[in-house]
Every structure is written in structure tokens, then in C-alpha cells.
Design a protein around this ligand. Structure first.
Ligand code: IMP
Ligand code: MG
Length: 181
């Protein structure tokens, strides 16, 4: 087995299942944001695969932009301190925003981003995350569109990393404990 796949303990969501769900979300969002010319904001780097697949499944005019934050470093738990590493390029004042996240864990990142974006006076902010770990939330965040609900494990693949690796796996998997313990 190649060096990426051999580190995976089990597959949580296979490629086909992700594709199907992303198509569903794309179609729902296309209806919801018809005539609104939304800006999809991709939270780098984890949401990059999700964003590119999701936008291809949307059939309405839209724009994209990128924001980069950090809080995890090379750890598997959040530090709770979120910092902006790269800010938006587009002016989002009076625009409809779809914030595209990879995974919601404590919710600190999402809360921080929402507060940051609100100051830029968009018309609306809607959250869309590929994965959600509701049992680990430590904040009152509302995520309108969720790809899949997950447990408390640490996941990699489809954009998600551990120490910047495994993002290019086409499925979402659980890493073997021995890799990060
Ligand atoms: P939160 O601030 O605790 O909600 O963490 C959100 C961010 O932590 C996500 O955008 C990911 O970058 C990272 N993260 C949280 N859980 C996982 C995971 O299971 N695998 C990979 N990254 C994760
Ligand atoms: Mg990460």
C-alpha cells in the first residue's frame, strides 16, 4: 500500500458518497442564492478541495475569495487562539457570503471568522461546512449547511490535514493513533 493510505485506520466517507453529498449541497445552495451573486469564502487550506468541488456543482453566478487562519499548528486539538494569516481581497460590503469551512470542531475558528466578516458589513453570512463534530462544540455556532456529521475522531483527507499531510486523499479517513500519539 502507498505511504498515505497505510496510515489510515478506517475510511469514514468514501469518494462516491462525498461527491453525491457535495452535488446535493451545490444544488440546494444554487436555489437558495439564485439572483444573489454570492461570494464563496474558502477557509484555507482545509476547505480548498470542498470549495472547488462545491463551486463546480453550483449553477448560478458567484465569486470566490480566500481567507487563511491558524489555530492548530501541528496538533490535533485547537489552541483556541485564532489568527488571520491572509485576509480577503474582494470588498464584501453588502454582499451575500457563503463561508466554506472544512470541519467544525470547537467552533472557535468559525466564531472568530464570523466576527471578522461582520465588521466588513456583508448583507448576509451563511455557513457551509463539509464536516461537523457537534459533540465537541465549545461555542454557540450555527452552521446552516453541513455535509456530514462526525464523531470525535481526528479525520484527514479531502482537504483535511494532519501536520499538513493527507490533504490529497480523495476520501475522508481516520488516522491511525500511532501516527499522532
Ligand atoms: P475549531 O476552531 O476547533 O472548530 O477547529 C476548526 C479547524 O480545526 C478546522 O478548520 C480544521 O482546520 C481543524 N480541524 C478540526 N478538527 C479536525 C480534524 O478532525 N481533522 C483535521 N483538521 C481538523
Ligand atoms: Mg489543519
Amino acid at each position: 500500500m502507498d505511504s498515505l493510505n497505510k496510515d489510515i485506520f478506517r475510511v469514514l466517507i468514501d469518494e462516491r458518497t462525498i461527491e453525491k453529498r457535495v452535488r446535493e449541497l451545490g444544488s440546494i445552495l444554487s436555489k437558495e442564492f439564485e439572483d444573489k451573486n454570492p461570494v464563496l469564502i474558502c477557509v484555507l487550506r482545509g476547505a480548498v478541495v470542498f470549495l472547488t468541488e462545491l463551486m463546480k456543482c453550483m449553477t448560478i453566478p458567484l465569486e470566490i475569495d480566500f481567507i487563511a487562519v491558524s489555530s492548530y499548528g501541528d496538533s490535533t486539538t485547537s489552541s483556541g487562539v485564532v489568527k488571520i494569516k491572509k485576509d480577503l481581497d474582494i470588498d464584501i460590503k453588502d454582499r451575500h457570503i457563503i463561508l466554506v469551512e472544512d470541519i467544525i470542531d470547537t467552533g472557535f475558528t468559525l466564531m472568530f471568522l464570523q466576527n471578522h466578516l461582520r465588521r466588513l458589513q456583508p448583507k448576509s453570512i451563511t455557513n457551509c461546512a463539509l464536516l461537523d463534530k457537534p459533540s465537541l462544540h465549545k461555542t454557540e455556532v450555527k452552521v446552516e449547511y453541513i455535509g456530514f456529521v462526525a464523531e470525535e475522531d481526528f479525520y484527514v483527507g479531502y482537504g483535511l490535514d494532519y501536520a499538513e499531510r493527507y490533504r490529497n486523499l480523495p476520501y475522508i479517513g481516520v488516522l491511525k493513533e500511532e501516527i499522532y500519539k
